[in-house]
Design a protein around this ligand. Structure first.
Ligand code: FAD
Ligand code: NAI
Length: 474
């Protein structure tokens, strides 16, 4: 006995669950299958993002920031706090509660939008006469048929070939979010987004954090000026970051010893109580039985898609981390919506150039569009304007003045080509840059918009004025 659907979505991460909701909104009978289980074995839709990614990491970043402020910043505001201590168990329980709220929220949204949710692992069984047959193994086990399939199976953490994840000593993002006690010595291999966010959490809670990064350049994809400022501020906070290392060997016992060569080529070793390995993520197609239907997968494991997320199979689409492009929740969501609308005959478009990036360290780092080094490399003439938070009244009132906003605009047309920020709440401020770029605004357009005073967003306006060499408050 099988159930027939117009659309079956495989995976309920931010790509899959949003695609399923949009497909249902457009009038398609839609099922979404996801295999993530919570500690009790029940369904936990939301994928990596909700369960072991965006949401829990931001919950711990917030809690650890409160802890750091209570210990170090409140006194400056005239607030005396004595006898501060850490209840890590409670902090982790709060994080788990936030995750559960999100899992439950997605189940509610499925119900509200009449999406049939199945908890289990989906695999292709066959394809014939424009129909795909999909087996679902697990508690919701059954067979489905679909006219359209959207694959949103996400990604998994890449392990070092030398040291498999045991989630006790050698931790992926999963283990890094649930260390039972604050490690005295925490090693992090890979000073990318996860390394910096999770390294920040555990440093704030008291760990001595050492980061070993293969590339000779810190945050190589980020605008150089921003990356330089971030390196200065983060190392000043106590993150020890070594660049240009080559990991040679990892010994795992009661402690983890990493043998590596440093940037000068000299042999080094360092021992840690725990080691987070955050060296990137790999597309996940395990268990999908792609070969049964001849689904094309490239040499790096990504499902091959065109610019519209179409695979080599008719009416089969793939979105999110399992396909090319940035591994970001909001990119997955945009692709999910676009694919559902494409199935309905609409003509949506996802512009990767206006996908914002945020690193939730303190200060936060955010950007959209092209970096200054990319513009230089492409030879496109540009003008730059920047403004420091030190000269922003709201930042001074907050006591959070590190960082700056930088805007890059075409030298001839003044169209904004990139917005780069490091500073307080820039995860929120970057949206103004995204909107401006989506509307192909000029820096003058931004500079002429009235911004509330005092607000952090005035730094964006002032940076835009700076493109024309006429900041007012600096
Ligand atoms: P996933 O979220 O990976 O979801 C895929 C789902 O499919 C999973 O539930 C998986 O179990 C399920 N699945 C796989 N195969 C099958 C199958 N055969 N049958 C049934 N189900 C299956 N991005 C941001 O934009 N902002 C952030 O702040 C951010 N923070 C992050 C922090 C960490 C620690 C990590 C690891 C990632 C973070 N990301 C962040 C990245 C973000 O989590 C991913 O880009 C996003 O989750 C990708 O969504 P997706 O829908 O493609 O896949
Ligand atoms: P990453 O690509 O951000 O960083 C990995 C780092 O590890 C790189 O700097 C790389 O040079 C380094 N590296 C690779 N191999 C190494 C080795 N053998 N030894 C030492 N260093 C090595 O990947 P990360 O941090 O694992 O995160 C994966 C992805 O998840 C991110 O790229 C991002 O797409 C997403 N993410 C997004 C977040 C956000 O939006 N705030 C937060 C966390 C993750």
């Amino acid at each position: 006995m099988s159930q027939a659907f117009d659309v079956v979505v495989i995976g309920a991460g931010p790509g899959g669950y949003v695609a399923a909701i949009r497909a249902a909104q457009l009038g398609f009978s839609t099922a979404c299958v996801d295999d993530w289980s919570n500690a009790a074995g029940g369904p936990a839709p939301g994928g990596t993002c909700t369960n072991v990614g965006c949401i829990p990491s931001k919950a711990l970043l917030q809690s650890s920031e409160h802890f750091e402020h209570a210990g170090h910043s409140f006194a400056e505001h005239g607030i005396k706090v004595e006898g501060i201590s850490l209840d890590l168990e409670r902090m982790v329980l709060r994080k788990d509660k936030v995750v559960k709220q999100n899992n439950d929220g997605i189940l509610f949204l499925f119900k509200k939008n009449k999406v049939t949710f199945l908890h289990g692992r989906a695999s292709f069984a066959s394809a014939s006469a424009g129909q795909y047959t999909i087996d679902v193994a697990g508690p919701g086990g059954q067979t489905l048929t679909a006219r359209h399939v959207i694959i949103a199976t996400g990604s998994t953490a890449r392990a070092l070939p030398l040291a498999a994840f045991d989630e006790t000593r050698v931790l992926s993002n999963d283990g890094a979010l649930r260390i039972a006690g604050v490690p005295k010595r925490l090693g992090v291999i890979g000073a990318g987004v996860i390394g910096l966010e999770m390294g920040s959490v555990w440093r704030r809670l008291g760990a001595e954090v050492t980061m070993l990064e293969a590339l000779p350049t810190f945050l190589a994809a980020v605008d150089e000026q921003i990356a330089k400022e971030a390196f200065k501020l983060l190392t000043r906070q106590g993150l020890k970051i070594s660049l240009g290392v080559v990991i040679k060997k990892v010994d795992v016992g009661d402690e983890v010893t990493v043998h590596y060569t440093d940037s000068s080529g000299a042999d080094q070793s360092a021992s840690f109580d725990r080691l987070i390995v955050s060296i990137g993520r790999m597309p996940n197609t395990e268990g999908l039985k792609a070969e049964t239907v001849g689904l094309a997968i490239d040499e790096r494991g990504f499902i091959t898609v065109d610019g519209e997320c179409r695979t080599n199979l008719a009416n089969v689409f793939a979105i999110g981390d399992v396909v090319r492009g940035p591994m970001l929740a909001h990119k997955a969501e945009e692709e999910g919506v676009a694919v559902a609308e494409r199935i309905a005959g609409q003509h949506p478009h996802v512009d990767f150039n206006t996908v914002p990036w945020v690193i939730y360290t303190s200060p936060e780092i955010a950007w959209v569009g092209q970096s200054e080094q990319a513009l230089k490399a492409s030879g496109r003439p540009y003008r730059a304007g920047s403004f420091p938070f030190m000269a922003n009244g709201r930042a001074r009132a907050l006591g959070d003045t590190a960082g700056f906003v930088k805007i890059l605009a075409d030298a001839a047309t003044d169209e904004i080509l990139g917005v780069h920020m490091i500073g307080p709440m820039v995860s929120e401020l970057i949206s103004e840059g995204v909107v401006a770029m989506e509307f192909r605004a000029s820096s003058e357009d931004l500079a002429r918009i009235c911004h509330a005073h005092p607000s952090l967003s005035e730094a964006t306006k002032e940076a835009a004025l700076g493109v024309d060499g006429r900041t007012l408050n600096f």
